[in-house]
Design a protein. Structure first.
Length: 439
């Protein structure tokens, strides 16, 4: 399996984490998922089964060899007979006898319309298909991991923004209380500042909760069930990552058609249907089988030594058989028709996957392009809103602006920062997904 391309998108330092918490990089999370994911392990077992089936079909091309023996004990209580010589009994027929037979035989299917060779090809494709299923699951894990990482990064940056906003709210609240004491602000305005500070505290707690929840989802994806503190660490994100060139839809689509494991799996289904049709058509043809055997036997009724009996009874034989189908109750025709239908379904499945793949890539491209443009505008808007809010705060502190104007300025700043964060991380994620589809 190819080593999965990794990307790391930003530094996460969660303030409430224990100093003893284990930190995970993106690559470590990915490798852990690949090593411990149950669905991936099941697909690995399916691949092993396909491999064993392939080996069995390859071995079936060679002759078989078997050894068998039959050992029988017989008792005839009323059997009579004796040998008399010179008026004396020389030998009495034995009522108990022991017989042994030994056979070494083998057979070989010389020709059966090439069904056995085509079965090897079919099982080879099945083993390759199982491999592609495993790779597909690994790619899905990578995509899910990437999404959770970007959500954690976004939520962590939102925590920092909300923390800064809360600090500003606390400053404004303290300033309002001081102005109330000197009689330059009403109690109602102070209450609004206190209410805003409480709302900002709630937003901070909510954003911290989002970080914890996404980390819980990440632990679930990695199938970690212990209570150890869980932290992730990644390299710092930059604005340039959101402003980089977006790969074209067509270039990503053409590469994905060639390299995506689900597309290779779909093409293998078409090859499988072609071979199944050949196997089914071979049912119209004769089957030629050769066989050979070596047999011998022994009996306690014989006066010869056991080795002599085996030598005297040794027999070599061989022959061949031809089985010609005449009336097969439509079995061959039905099998051929089903193989044709299966190929048609496989071709339709390819077309469906191609359409879905193009739609998915187009969606990522459109989101990347739109959010990149929004990020450019939002960055300018947030810078202006920050400057405007700082000016409003200064004017508020000297009594030139009232509480309503200050709150409106703050809401504009928060909205601009939120839009910038969303556009930035959505753009980075979509570009990385396009890169994953293109590789």
């Amino acid at each position: 399996m190819k080593r999965i391309l990794v990307f790391i998108l930003g530094t996460i330092i969660y303030g409430t984490a224990s100093v003893s918490a284990r930190t995970w990089t993106y690559n470590e999370c990915l490798q852990y998922c690949l090593a411990n994911n149950i669905a991936l392990h099941k697909l690995g077992l399916t691949r092993q089964q396909a491999f064993e089936t392939l080996k069995a079909s390859q071995a079936a091309l060679f002759p078989s060899l078997n050894f068998s023996t039959n050992q029988n004990l017989a008792y005839q209580p009323w059997k009579q007979g004796m040998t008399v010589q010179n008026n004396e009994v020389q030998n009495v027929t034995k009522k108990t006898s022991y017989n042994g037979a030994y056979t070494l035989g083998g057979s070989w299917t010389v020709w059966n319309g090439n069904r056995n060779h085509n079965q090897v090809k079919l099982n080879t494709i099945s083993e390759l298909a199982a491999e592609q299923d495993s790779i597909t699951q690994a790619v899905k894990l990578e995509e899910q991991l990437s999404l959770l990482f970007i959500r954690i990064l976004y939520s962590e940056e939102a925590v920092n923004v909300n923390r800064q906003t809360l600090e500003m709210s606390k400053v404004n609240e303290e300033r309002g209380k001081e102005m109330f004491r000197v009689g330059s602000m009403s109690k109602a305005d102070v209450s609004q500042l206190t209410s805003q500070r409480a709302q900002d505290e709630f937003k901070l707690i909510q954003s911290q909760s989002n970080v914890r929840n996404y980390k819980r989802e990440l632990k679930a994806l990695m199938q970690i069930t212990d209570e150890e503190e869980f932290e992730v660490i990644a390299s710092k994100t930059t604005d340039e990552m959101a402003l980089q060139a977006i790969p074209s839809i067509q270039s990503v689509y053409e590469a994905a058609l060639e390299n995506r494991p689900e597309m290779r799996r779909a093409r293998l289904n078409v090859e499988s249907a072609d071979i199944q049709k050949k196997i089914a058509s071979a049912q119209y043809l004769p089957t030629v089988t050769m066989n050979a055997s070596a047999t011998t036997n022994s009996s306690s009724q014989s006066n010869n030594a056991w080795g002599t009996q085996l030598k005297n009874g040794f027999n070599l034989g061989g022959g061949f058989s031809i089985n010609v189908p005449i009336i097969d109750q439509r079995a061959a025709k039905t099998a051929v028709n089903k193989a044709v239908i299966q190929k048609q379904e496989a071709l339709l499945n390819i077309r469906d996957k191609e359409t879905t793949l193009y739609s998915t890539i187009s969606d990522y491209w459109i989101q990347a392009y739109n959010n990149q443009q929004e990020f450019k505008a939002a960055k300018i808007s947030s810078e202006n809103a920050q400057t405007s809010y700082e000016l409003l705060s200064e004017q508020f502190n000297v009594g030139l602006k009232n509480i309503v104007e200050l709150q409106e300025g703050k809401m504009r700043l928060l909205s601009a920062l939120q839009s910038e964060l969303e556009a930035k991380y959505t753009t980075i994620f979509c570009i990385k997904m396009l890169e994953l589809y293109k590789r």
